[in-house]
Design a binder for this molecule. Structure first.
Ligand code: GLN
Length: 194
């Protein structure tokens, strides 16, 4: 089976491991550089991006992760994971860094304090019918994208919530908690063809 990792420093690691295993992948938690070397793709889960950033540095994972992105390994970031993959983050915690890779500007907690979480159905052409039931939890929004970035989904005209750039995939929402496995299948197809 295809060895695929979930970055297991913080966040909803189990949910992603369960979906990937159900889809037949050899899904493994990744905390150390050796574990990263042994997988062909990596999910960065939802959680708290500023904590994930700190832990990635404490665990000596920041540079290995950046190298894997530079080497073209497929990554899929959900929510905090999308923030980690973004080149620029607005409303970051003081000193917060990202791994980068996606040429996008993302804003943390973009839906504000009144609306901590909400759900909606999204038409996403690369995923197909039926629409994706998307769950947003203190979610980021992509405010602008570079020329090499494909916008996969947006709320209205300007609030981008799913992007792809080469081997990198990111969503503001959390497919791992809805039982809809199509985003993970899409990611696994990218890992297989990488
Ligand atoms: N607000 C979180 C952050 O800034 C993301 C929330 C999530 O992953 N559900 O990292």
């Amino acid at each position: 089976a295809l060895p695929v990792g979930v970055l297991a420093l913080q966040g909803d690691v189990r949910e992603h491991l369960a979906v990937l295993s159900d889809l037949g992948a050899d899904a493994r938690p990744v905390r150390r550089p050796e574990e990263l070397d042994a997988v062909r793709g990596l999910v960065i889960p939802g959680g708290e991006s500023s904590v994930m950033d700190k832990l990635s540095r404490l665990f000596g994972m920041r540079e290995p992760l950046r190298q894997a992105i530079a080497d073209g390994m497929p990554f899929y970031g959900t929510c905090a994971g999308l923030i980690m993959l973004s080149d620029t983050v607005l409303d970051a915690i003081e000193g917060q860094q990202t791994l980068g890779g996606l040429d996008v500007v993302v804003r943390r907690n973009a839906f504000g304090a009144q609306v901590d979480s909400f759900e909606t159905d999204l038409d996403i052409p690369v995923i197909g019918d039926p629409p994706v039931h998307a769950v947003f939890i203190r979610a980021p929004v992509v405010e602008s994208v570079g020329a090499a970035v494909d916008v996969l989904a947006a709320l209205g005209d300007d609030r981008i919530v799913a992007v792809e750039q080469g081997a990198l995939l990111g969503t503001s929402f959390h497919p791992e908690i809805t039982g809809d496995t199509r985003f993970h299948e899409y990611f696994l197809s990218k890992v297989r063809s990488a």
